[in-house]
Design a protein around this ligand. Structure first.
Ligand SMILES: C[S@@+](CC[C@H](N)C(=O)[O-])C[C@H]1O[C@@H](n2cnc3c(N)ncnc32)[C@H](O)[C@@H]1O
Length: 316
């Protein structure tokens, strides 16, 4: 692999959760909704020599790296440059109606975070981009320059869970009027100056929440996920499995709520058995969510905030 430091998160656990949906099937197909550098896809293809993977990523840079990393396995991977909520359409174009497993490893990749020019990292000076797909859409700079005070407060509060949203938004507007907001460093300084000193002493870098909020807004991350998770439940066959790794609570909440709804029986409470057609069509494979092991976190700090959820389809 090009990036030898890249370690796929919870790799063995993801394979273990997907295995029953793959191993006994004649020509299994798994969707990797978030290809990244291809770590999970590569391991799955090696483990299951009869498996085919349809892989999605919205980042052309990630796709180029993954293609290189997967070139010895290219005859068993189809790579699609698309946002994962287009999965159903794209699979239909490929003549695929249902699949055996779907894997989501959400968020940005270490490659995106480590490439300073992408603008995801508050610790490195760079243009304010933050688009996962640099071929389209508005950048963080566009958001910061054009959104009203109220819109900025809203995204900082909801997507960043930022207590000092009004002060930060106020200082963003002042800085943009003076043409003093051009880089990630300018933004990080504005956030720092907006937060009272006692609050700055806890909870890590104060810019973290603002950068998260902008990234979510720029990439419409939550809206896209809200469409994609129900789509993935539609797309798997009976016995198929969906496995999701989320790294921040807003994404995990969406996954949790869709999974909860899908695994809840519609039979009124108190009846001794499910009414016909009212039984849940899905079952959770993990009660609640699972975190990475301490050993994994020790080797791969990115795994620290990961929450894993998995579900199986029981009936059509
Ligand atoms: C955490 S990385 C995946 C790493 C991958 N599992 C590996 O082992 O290399 C997430 C990837 O998903 C992509 N991504 C995030 N949101 C996406 C979306 N809505 N549609 C398509 N790709 C997305 C990002 O561009 C990034 O490359």
């Amino acid at each position: 692999m090009q990036d030898s430091l890249h370690i796929p998160v919870a790799l063995e656990r993801c394979i273990e959760l997907l295995a029953p949906a793959i191993s006994e099937i004649q020509d299994p197909i798994v969707v990797d909704a978030t290809l990244g550098m291809g770590g999970h896809t590569r391991a799955l293809l090696i483990r299951y020599p009869h498996l085919k993977v349809i892989a999605f990523d919205r980042d052309l840079g990630a796709i180029a790296i993954a293609r290189e990393n997967l070139k010895d396995l290219a005859d068993r991977v189809v790579i699609v440059h698309a946002v994962y909520d287009e999965m159903q359409n794209e699979l239909n174009h490929l003549g695929i109606e249902s699949v055996d497993g779907i894997l989501f490893d959400l968020g940005v990749s270490s490659m995106q975070l480590d490439t300073a020019e992408r603008g995801f990292a508050y610790s490195q000076e760079a243009p304010l981009d933050m688009r996962m797909d640099q071929s389209t859409g508005k950048s963080a700079f566009d958001v910061l320059m054009t959104y009203s005070f109220g819109e900025l407060v809203r995204i900082l509060r909801i997507y960043g869970e930022e207590k000092f949203a009004t002060k930060i938004a106020d200082n963003i507007i002042k800085a943009r009027e003076k043409n003093e907001l051009n880089t990630t460093k300018d933004l990080a300084e504005i956030v720092k100056a907006s937060i009272p000193a006692p609050a700055r002493r806890t909870g890590g870098n104060p810019a973290k929440r603002t950068f998260q909020a902008l990234r979510i807004e720029v990439n419409q991350e939550l809206e896209v996920l809200e469409r994609a998770i129900p789509q993935s439940l539609e797309l798997i066959r009976v016995g198929g499995r969906v496995v999701v790794m989320a790294y921040q609570s807003l994404e995990d909440k969406i996954v949790k709520s869709v999974f909860l709804e899908a695994t809840t029986s519609r039979t009124p409470r108190g009846l001794p058995m499910d009414l016909p057609n009212s039984a849940a069509k899905f079952a959770l494979l993990i009660r609640g969510s699972e975190a990475a092991t301490d050993t994994e976190i020790g080797i791969n700090p990115r795994a620290q905030s990961m929450r894993l959820r998995a579900i199986e389809k029981l009936a059509a």
